[in-house]
Design a protein around this ligand. Structure first.
Ligand code: ATP
Length: 503
């Protein structure tokens, strides 16, 4: 998987999906640019999410709020006081780590040891993994599980109490070593705020301190009444938004998984107090189905219910995806209670209430949020789609098996040769299709080589114009995944494309 991940990263660059930001200046850490194909893929993911949320739900509407917000917003939201990561430095390597990530990685290693024992036992007794796990007769497995429970207990307790010394104690007592130097020589744990600060105004003295928003959600909360009133929305209803967010991540790693500038697709669903758990369960399930509908194989996703809840939540779960570097958070579903609206009421002095005509009552709605990182979704799709395939004749091809509606280019129009009027005919087809589909015209190199180029960017269909086309007005459609070819009348191309690649 490590190698696979390296291949995905270099493929993303080679084929114009993702570039490092400011590369000619040696790059900017944890900031990336999307290239010609990446921008198309990213837009398609956005559209796919937006349609499924806004277009397909009568009671969800969208908005697009500004990145800059009044500085009070971030006091009300708790970000000024509580949006911190506990960091610890290794004195020998001079590397800085998130304390909670160090401990979680440590627990994961123990879990892997336990899994190995269970797998061994399962083999010996001819059982399934689950059966062997269930019996748990193996004392070593029991020891590992006990160890994990113990660490988790202390860990969660330290986080809940915001006890930085206790957090450090877990690291020291567990003998956790620096991943780079192997040293156990740690500093104390300190808090780092993740928001980027900047100034608004021309004269330094009366400039206002602003933050770049670390999440899009607050732009939705402050507009709750605007949307509810002007859209005549009835609870339960949702507001969706796609937009940039900024976090000064200390440990930026794993390509576009953790960036300092990234994009979120968030939806805040406003519900009657007391009904939040029902909706929390609903969205948990609904969002999982959305992921699965994209054709990921069984077991690609799993839930991770949070033991430790953020200051605003009464229930929270992640949908984790099996990235090439293991299961990691892709999306969060959070029951945020009435925390945000209440705080904004308090800080702004404006009422943020809803009159519910069905029960004749005024209240501050509760909120269930779904929040997914667009870039993480991009990475999930790309790493899942990437395949180095050995064909039946022993030759190799690299193919991106992207879900068809998300593919950057839907079809490539290829004249078999550069003469005999084939390019003209191919161009004519291209010019007709381009109004409805992202298509590409390509006449350079042998046809086999052109197919490979399209495979590498995940183009689902190649439409080849040959000498027969001049006679009978038909063309060949070659399919990316099966490499099968079919003959189709030019007249019916548009309908066929629509059938195969539209969202
Ligand atoms: P993590 O624990 O990985 O830092 P988080 O729990 O802080 O994530 P949320 O605040 O719940 O993340 O943000 C919602 C979603 O935004 C995440 O599920 C993730 O997909 C995305 N996201 C958060 N931080 C980043 C980042 N630095 N780069 C890319 N995507 C991010």
């Amino acid at each position: 998987p490590e190698d696979q991940f390296k291949n995905v990263i270099s493929h993303a660059k080679e084929y114009g999906f993702v570039f490092q930001s400011s590369e000619i200046y040696d790059g900017l850490s944890a900031v990336y640019d999307y290239g010609q194909n990446g921008a198309l893929l990213k837009n398609n993911i956005k559209e796919y999410w937006w349609r499924s949320m806004v277009q397909l739900h009568e009671n969800i509407v969208g908005l697009d709020s500004a990145i800059f917000m009044h500085p009070e917003v971030w006091k009300a939201s708790g970000h000024v006081d509580a949006f911190n990561d506990p960091m610890i430095d290794n004195k020998d390597s001079k590397k800085r780590y998130r304390a909670d990530v160090l401990i979680e990685d440590h627990m994961e290693k123990i879990r892997q040891k336990a899994d190995k024992e269970v797998t061994k036992a399962a083999k010996r007794f001819g059982e399934s993994f689950d059966e062997a796990m269930f019996r748990q007769t193996n004392p070593r497995v029991q020891k590992y599980m006990g160890q994990i429970e113990d660490i988790r207990g202390r860990f969660v307790d330290a986080l809940e109490k915001n006890d930085l010394e206790a957090l450090r104690n877990v690291i020291v007592e567990e003998g956790i070593t620096c991943p780079v130097s192997g040293s156990k020589n740690w500093t104390e744990v300190r808090q780092f705020n993740l928001m980027f600060a900047t100034k608004m105004g021309s004269v330094a003295e009366d400039a206002n301190d602003l933050y770049l928003r670390p999440e899009t959600a607050q732009g939705i909360f402050v507009n709750f009444l605007n949307v509810q009133k002007t859209g005549r929305m009835k609870v339960p209803f949702g507001i969706a938004q796609i937009g940039k967010a900024f976090r000064n991540e200390i440990v930026a790693r794993q390509f576009i998984f953790r960036m300092r500038e990234f994009e979120q697709m968030e939806m805040q669903f406003f519900v009657r107090p007391g009904e939040e758990m029902k909706w929390y369960e609903y969205w948990k399930e609904h969002r999982m189905k959305w992921h699965q509908a994209l054709g990921f194989e069984e077991g690609s996703h799993r839930y991770h219910d949070h033991d430790k809840l953020a200051h605003y939540a009464n229930a929270a779960a992640d949908i984790e995806f099996n990235f090439p570097f293991g299961f990691k958070e892709l999306e969060g579903i959070h029951s945020r209670t009435d925390f945000d609206l209440n705080r904004h009421q308090e800080f702004s002095g404006k009422k943020l209430q809803y009159f519910d005509p069905e029960i004749n009552e005024n209240y501050v709605p509760y909120v269930v949020e779904t929040s997914i990182g667009l870039d993480r979704m991009f990475l999930a799709i790309l790493s899942k789609a990437y395949e180095d395939e050995t064909l039946e004749d022993g030759s190799q091809r690299t193919v991106l098996r992207l879900p068809l509606p998300l593919a950057p280019v839907k079809a490539a129009i290829l004249p078999l040769t550069k003469k005999d009027g084939l390019p003209e005919m191919a161009r004519e087809i291209f010019n007709k299709l381009k109004f409805d589909f992202q298509v590409q015209y390509d006449e350079k190199d042998a046809i086999g080589k052109r197919y490979r180029r399209q495979d590498a960017v995940g183009t689902p269909l190649c439409i080849t114009v040959d000498h027969d086309s001049l006679e009978d007005q038909t063309v060949t459609i070659r399919h990316r995944d099966s490499m099968q070819q079919e003959r189709v009348a030019i007249d019916s191309l548009e309908a066929r494309l629509r059938e195969l690649v539209s969202m």
